[in-house]
Design a protein around this ligand. Structure first.
Ligand code: 1AG
Length: 135
């Protein structure tokens, strides 16, 4: 079982969120706001169900899933698209593939040096975020 991703995490670095948002078709004014946000990530697990919350003063994005089970994801408050998503473990990485209108879309979370890492990718753009544990 990989190191637990569960807990509350605060963002330390955020590389190429701009490119990722452009790939998702997010407009300029929303991108400007989004770039300034201090994101928090709260990851919870009850039995086989995970809840991942991305929190900010502007918007929150919350969803839940079971490992290895495809689910309908609606990226409410983000790019507002519907995806068929599935999350699996690949070694120590929690990997999500988001099938939908946007090609080559997904993300991966893992722990490295006690930090939570996240890569978000869409149509050739990758955003890389690192979080420190706060609880
Ligand atoms: C995600 O995390 C995305 C979480 O699924 C949000 C991260 C970055 C913003 C993504 C796209 C930008 C779209 C619109 C900008 C508008 C608002 C920004 C609000 C940001 C806080 C919600 C993957 C994984 C599981 O951690 O969630």
């Amino acid at each position: 079982m990989p190191a637990s991703l569960c807990g509350t995490w605060e963002i330390l670095s955020n590389i190429n969120l701009e490119g990722y948002m452009i790939a998702l078709g997010i407009g300029l004014s929303t991108r400007k706001i989004a770039l300034k946000l201090k994101q928090r990530k709260v990851i919870e697990q009850v039995r086989d169900k995970y809840v991942i919350k991305t929190l900010s003063t502007f918007r929150n994005y919350v969803f839940s899933f079971r490992m290895d089970e495809e689910f309908d994801e609606f990226t409410k408050g983000l790019d507002e698209r519907h995806c068929k998503s599935v999350v699996t473990w690949e070694g120590n990485r929690m990997v999500c593939i988001q099938k939908g209108e946007k090609k080559n879309r997904g993300w991966a979370h893992w722990i490295e040096d006690d930090k939570l890492h996240l890569e978000l990718y869409c149509e050739g753009q990758t955003c890389k975020q690192v979080f420190k544990r706060v609880a």
